[in-house]
Design a binder for this molecule. Structure first.
Ligand SMILES: Nc1nc2c(ncn2[C@@H]2O[C@H](COP(=O)(O)OP(=O)(O)OP(=O)(O)O)[C@@H](O)[C@H]2O)c(=O)[nH]1
Length: 748
């Protein structure tokens, strides 16, 4: 067979079929098969100088085209897109970081002081609130704050806040990376201007309460001489703001207003664990203790796993209790900023009380908490936890019944223990009632060697039996406590009401002793008591002649005793008559009848009968320091019109005015001792009443009054008086006060 590729052998340029090889058949004997014999001929002059492809582009069946063929393309595209996404993420990350850095450089945490309304801090552990439901077990003690004097000082710029960051840096040492002018951003933020608002803020010592953006906040003073806002400090503040956990207290921001610096945090309604433990009225049962233990550990766990890394100053004052009775840890973080504060405090303000919870290695550490690694502080937290648990279960304070002063305790803990000797720790016997697992945990957690202390995880596992089934039990517990509280509350309210009632009665009684009942009643109702005219009253004066001489020769205390004895007798007697005691001035005793409630013309009778009774009583009266002497009482009485009213704002007195009063006084001063010296007008009224034995004394010259006819009242017919009073009582209610005398006095 021949293969042609050219149809014209003479013209090799023309394309056609030409022989280029010969294929023959090789005969094979003894076989049925023949092999193809190929002999090469001319070389092939291919169109386009190369042999055509032996396979079509897409293959014989299209297998090289379609979806499979696009994989590479897709891969390329995918890689491209991935790179783009990567770049976008990186850009976003960088942008976020840039924004974070910018935020760090700003004063994002600053709160303008003017946005906070300071509230009076009655610690919510106070009696009142605790008696209220809020506090489960009756009254909590007021916050046991050890108020420390402020040692805080930031350079004072007077009334002119710094205008730029360079000035600002004198207040806040912002470091090379941090420069900001907070005054531009926060109107009112800056330095004290010495007004009353400043005063209020200065007066806030350790802790204050305020209202910020509609919610109650706690203000904790930071004791610093300056605030260095380095990047680290800002980072710590940012971490605090980001910390959100149900067992840590929410940090809201800072108020910096020279010279005051405050941390602003969410308010824990029920005060600190210490407040609760210090309050003897607050019975804590196992369920509460277990729940609190659980909360404290949970709070610490969160801090240890968060960027904050540790607590560093755990103590019972920093375990705050919120409205739902959950423990919320506070005062963590800001280690760098507050480590400075520690040393300032140590220099004199504290008596070591704050360090009773501090681990020995931290007490020995000399460069401040800010320089400690997280692990070290975490182990120190475990130590502090052991003291808090000891306090919680022993309820005798962080060091139980240890008699040493806090400062001594702290120095003993700080001292390196000699080998083989027991380390100085609180007495475990104080918590002998606590479950064994608690005692074991406490003992293990205050080990001297930090690394030998258990981890929080181990502590939690060890104490798990305490909290098993707690959820259900605590609810039951709450209900029963609420019931108990309600009972207690009701009893307390009833008791207080009774007390209040008693106090009210006492003060009313006092008022009535000072003023006539009708006057006291209208004063109580807030009405004005205007002066009142009385047509006819009788005024009585008595006096002890020789009193001035007696005063000169007796000891003042004897005079006081004498007058007290005498007036006790008089006061008892006047209760039997319808009279009103107006006042006493030294030995002078003034009484009136017919006011403030008129009693017709019975006033003269009441006064005369009173006088007779007094003279009778005086006969038996003994002067304690002069047993051989007798009181020679001189009495004067006069009847007529008068005006009475309350005068003065301070110590208001019910006073009588008018000539009737003056004449009564003259009757007494011009009278004869042991006689009732009676004026003409009083005698006339007594005659109208009848039953009084009168004796004419005669005309007496009286200073300012001229000649006055005078009488003595010598006796009375008590039966007549009795009948008269019984008869007239219906008409004159005040006569009901009058008791009926049985005896007729005769002074002849
Ligand atoms: N009711 C209530 N009282 C608080 C609150 N914060 C603090 N207190 C009271 O103020 C006391 C002192 O609190 P802090 O100043 O935080 O305690 P501290 O022991 O001085 O703490 P550090 O200075 O951080 O070591 C607590 O024992 C509470 O009685 C709060 O949010 N609510």
């Amino acid at each position: 067979m021949q293969v042609y590729y050219h149809f014209s052998s003479s013209n090799r340029n023309a394309y056609g079929l030409f022989p280029c090889a010969r294929l023959g058949q090789t005969s094979l004997k003894n076989t049925q098969w023949a092999l193809i014999d190929y002999s090469e001929g001319l070389s092939i002059d291919f169109v386009n100088k190369s042999a055509p492809k032996d396979t079509p582009d897409c293959g014989f069946y299209g297998e090289n085209c379609g979806p499979a063929a696009n994989n590479t393309f897709i891969i390329v595209i995918s890689v491209g897109v991935a790179i783009l996404i990567g770049l976008a993420i990186a850009a976003a990350f960088l942008y976020k970081r840039y924004r974070y850095e910018r935020k760090l450089h700003s004063l994002f945490f600053m709160i303008d002081r003017n946005q906070i309304i300071l509230k009076k801090h009655t610690n919510l552990m106070s009696q009142a609130s605790l008696r209220s439901m809020a506090s489960i077990h009756g009254s909590f003690a007021a916050a046991s704050q050890t108020l420390r004097d402020s040692h805080f000082f930031i350079e004072d710029y007077g009334n002119h806040p710094p205008q730029d960051s360079s000035q600002m840096s004198s207040i806040f040492h912002t470091g090379s990376t941090a420069r900001a002018n907070p005054f531009g951003q926060f109107p009112g933020f800056g330095v004290s201007s010495g007004n009353s608002e400043d005063e209020k803020w200065h007066q806030l010592k350790e802790f204050g309460v305020g209202l910020f953006e509609g919610r109650m906040i706690g203000l904790k003073r930071i004791y610093r001489t300056d605030v260095e806002l380095t990047r680290n400090v800002r980072l710590e503040i940012a971490q605090l703001l980001e910390a959100t956990n149900s067992n840590t207290l929410e940090f809201v921001g800072m108020v910096i207003h020279s010279p005051d610096v405050f941390l602003v945090h969410e308010l824990a309604q029920r005060g600190s664990l210490k407040d609760i433990l210090d309050n003897e009225d607050m019975a804590l049962d196992d369920v509460f203790r277990s729940q609190m233990t659980k909360d404290i550990i949970a709070g610490l766990e969160y801090l240890h796993s968060s960027p904050i890394g540790c607590h560093g100053r755990l103590k019972s004052t920093n375990c705050l209790i919120d409205g739902r009775w959950m423990v919320r840890l506070s005062s963590f973080g800001l280690r760098e900023m507050r480590s400075e504060e520690e040393w300032q405090r140590e220099e004199g303000v504290q008596e070591g009380k704050d360090d009773l919870w501090t681990a020995p290695e931290l007490l020995r550490w000399s460069t401040g908490l800010g320089q400690c690694g997280h692990l070290l502080v975490q182990k120190a937290d475990v130590y502090s936890l052991s003291i808090v648990l000891y306090e919680l279960f022993g309820r005798l304070g962080p060091w139980g019944d240890e008699p040493m002063e806090p400062r001594e305790i702290v120095s003993c803990v700080k001292r390196l223990p000699s080998s083989g000797k027991k380390v100085f720790r609180p007495d475990l016997a104080v918590i002998k009632e606590a479950p064994q697992i608690v005692r074991d945990t406490v003992a293990a957690a205050w080990t001297e060697e930090p690394l030998d202390r258990p981890s929080l995880f181990q502590i939690k596992r060890k104490l798990k039996p305490l909290t098993v089934g707690l959820k259900r039990t605590i609810m039951d517990n709450m209900v029963s406590i609420i019931e108990k509280l309600t009972d207690k509350l009701e009893r307390d309210i009833a008791e207080r009401n009774e007390e209040l009632e008693r106090e009210k009665e006492k003060s009313e009684m006092l008022l009535k002793m000072m003023l006539p009942e009708v006057v006291a009643d209208s004063l109580k109702l807030g009405s004005n008591v205007s002066a009142e005219s009385f047509e006819s009253v009788t005024v009585f004066f008595s006096d002890c002649p020789g009193f001035v001489e007696m005063s000169a020769t007796s000891k003042p205390i004897d005079i006081v005793n004498f007058l007290n004895d005498l007036y006790t007798v008089f006061d008892r007697i006047i209760d039997q008559f319808d009279v009103y005691k107006v006042e006493t001035i030294a030995d002078a005793y003034m009484v009136a009848s017919g006011l403030p409630v008129p009693n017709g013309n019975h006033h003269a009778g009441e006064i005369a009968s009173l006088g007779l009774t007094l003279l009778s009583a005086i006969d038996a009266f003994k002067i304690r320091h002069l047993p051989n002497e007798k009181v020679r009482l001189r009495i004067g009485m006069n009847s007529g019109p008068c005006v009475a009213g309350v005068v003065g704002l301070k110590m208001p007195r019910y006073c009588l005015f008018g000539d009737t009063v003056n004449t009564a006084s003259r009757m007494e001063s011009n009278g004869i001792p042991l006689r009732i010296n009676c004026s003409e007008s009083a005698k006339q009224v007594l005659d109208q009443l009848g039953g009084y034995v009168m004796e004419e004394r005669g005309i007496v010259e009286m200073k300012g009054k001229g000649k006055q006819m005078t009488y003595f009242v010598r006796g009375e017919d008590s039966e007549l008086r009795r009948e008269r009073i019984i008869r007239e009582r219906v008409k004159f209610a005040s006569l009901k006060k009058a008791k009926i005398q049985e005896k007729t006095y005769d002074f002849e």
